[in-house]
Design a binder for this molecule. Sequence first.
Ligand code: C2E
Ligand code: CA
Ligand code: CA
Length: 861
Amino acid sequence: MRRTIRIRLLYLILLAIAGGCAVPGSASAMVLGPILIGDSKPIPPHFESWEDREANASLSDVRQLPDDRWVPVPGGSETYGITPSAYWLRVALVNTTTQRQDLIAELAYSQLDRVTFYAFADDTLLDTFRTGDTLPFYPRRVDHPNMLYRLTLPPGQSRTLYIRVQTAGSMILPFRLWHEPDFYTAAASEQKLHFFYYGALSVIILLNLAVFLILRERLYLYYSLAISGYLLFFASIKGYSFQLLYPAHPEIHARALLMSMPILALFSVLFCRSLLRIPAHSPRLDVAIRAMIAFEVVNFVASLTLSYNGAILLSSLSALVFFSLLFVAGPITWAAGVRAGAFFTVAWTPLTVGVLATAGRALGFFPENFFTENAMQIGSGMEAFILTLALADRLYREREEKIRAQAESLAQARARNEAQNRLTRAMTHDLVTGLPNRNLFETMVNEQLKQNPSGRYMVGVARMTRLDEVNRTLGLSRSDRLLQTLARNMLQLAESLPYLHRRAGDDGRQQQVYQLSRDSFGLLVDANRVNDGFESLNRVLRALAEPVWLDQLAIELHPKFGAAAYPEHGDTAAQLIRNAHVGMEITPHGPFETGLYSEAFDIYSESRLTLLADLRGALQTDQVALHYQPKQCARTGRVTGIEALIRWHHPQRGDVPPVEFIPLAEDTGVITQVTRWALARGLGDLAALSRDWPALTLAVNLSARDLLADDLAPWLQGQLAHHGIAPARLVLELTETAAMDHPEKSLSALAALSALGLRVSIDDFGSGYSSLSYLKQLPASELKLDSGLIEGIEHRDDVRVIVRTAINMAHDLGYTVVAEGVETGETAKQLVALECDTIQGFWFCRPLPLAELRDWLAARS
Ligand code: C2E
Ligand code: CA
Ligand code: CA
């Protein structure tokens, strides 16, 4: 048996809103006379109806019904809800004019299953016509989806129409009577509107499909499919798709209509979910949304397989939930700050109004008019339009955001680059005067000597002996300005010395005068090019000895000058600089003259040699000791490790600071003994501390020279095993420049050490000229910022920028960062703010002998 499946839109809404109750027509004793057809238009419609509950009455049964069984419907339109009954309509017509009247009787609802028109003149059946949407669309007497019957009424004559309607859906009977030309005019203008609507929806569908194909963003596909659902729904409910697409297949018509609802609901919900970013912004709502999606999938399958009644019930339920859910989704996400939520709320409103208006019409609250009849279409059209705007808005915003993000990352990269340049500059230039610093001077001199080993050079240094005093009396900022003036003077004077060694810096500026420390300056003279017996140089030095003017004050700086010659007085920059300083102290011809180094006057030279001999002996006795300085985790304040620092108490000289004998030991190779002594002693002490502080790490300072010994790694492995210390608890501190002397060899030695599980720390970062690219290759896990780098961090923005850059860069390379030489709480605070990991310095704790360290640790824990 062919099943008639019909969706009744109004029934659906009735069910959804009024809980499924149909509204029966109310019977009254009123008697309606025949409809008088005159020239007046439009013709006011009315009819009488009779409910055939068994749906089996014949035409003659109906004609014999007494008049009081007929219920008058004076408004000409009635809705009876879902009913198995057949309904009979009786309409009497009288032509009161002298012209023939061509009329069309209409039941303006395309979904009625079976409609039969009977036309009587008195008792004669003139004509019978069957129509309905369970039949193939054609033939019809009028090519239109509604139930139409044409009749001609000669002048003065009357007719009675009996119309039998039976339908499986909602019995909606909007009866109208038209003069034939008026019907066509009205139908044409209504069609125009409908097709405008369908056209608009089609454009929206194609547009979003195109956007989807380009962007591959599913959101646009969902929207396109949701609107397709709407289009299918309205074209089906109005009967246009039946008429135009598959007129021979009423069964397709029925299923298409049934399918359209889950399609539009499913994709509307999917669209809404992704447009409003519901999963991210409202997880609870998302649970409901996902349940809805599952439900609509079931509904879709049901629409293809289920009986009419089952499918329609499901769809009604779906409509109810669907509307309420999407009705709240907009405001909820809007409140959660999703911009599209506003669009969605605004878009959903006209549709809701449309639904309410349609339902109100069906329930009789609102009059039958163009708006109430088409409210759903108008509402959905506006909805589609507003949501299209929302999508355009979103597209626009996303593009904007992308462009902004690109610009931002570009700016960031630029800032990072600038900061790194500043960092490099800070490590190679004096912050106050901008002159290249000692690192660059040494690099430059060494390069020059290597390039031209057979040349003759002089390293000249000048020290402003009164600068300390000036600092104290003038204050730091004025003495900074003084230094800047001095630097300018020196650069100007240097211009007149053609034999000065010059080289172009990375910043394009000529480097000829270098600042070796705050109060001393250096230069390199190509002695082979001097042809005036240093006459011009002495002139310049005399000029330098003149007072410097600052704020109307003439300030005497009392410079001293010293020099050392290559190759006579040394063959490395460090030696030449040192010896030039020695020469300065032995100025033979009084002040303002240059003192040339001479070994005879080098009081240090001899004492250095004896000192070295003493050091060897000291390592055997207990003249040397290790002190330990704790390192503190910047975040938690906990002690993470200790650094071993050597102390030498010389029986005659008293305490000799490491800076005096360590470089000496490095130059002569004695350092390897120092290092092994420190490592063995340090590990022994660590083992002793381990009982109470098992996680403590020990840092020991290593020299470049130590890396050249092949047996270091196996020796260390033996030591660790001997003291029962896990390799990860030993940190080897190594200056970056140390590793750069023999880069290949050092790298492989470090690799061997870190393969043992030891940790490597880059010491004194920022005090030498660092090659960042080389640093990246070191198998290190920690980087120690030199105390010089962080000097002034409490009150200088530029220092802060530099330190931040250094810390960020170190973090980028995967190092933890230690700041050393932290002397005040303010400095520590700044470092913590810049995300430095570890703090070391007098502020936290001075280096302590083992026993005191033990007490100190115990007091803290
Ligand atoms: P370093 O490795 O950079 O050690 C830090 C130095 O800064 C230590 O000086 C320490 O006492 C000092 N210090 C720590 N906190 C502060 C602070 O808040 N303010 C100031 N002004 N100084 C602070 P020390 O002990 O005189 O050692 C100097 C350098 O000698 C060390 O610098 C290291 O390079 C070297 N050294 C020390 N012991 C050894 C060792 O056993 N072996 C080797 N190869 N070198 C060592
Ligand atoms: Ca160190
Ligand atoms: Ca250091």
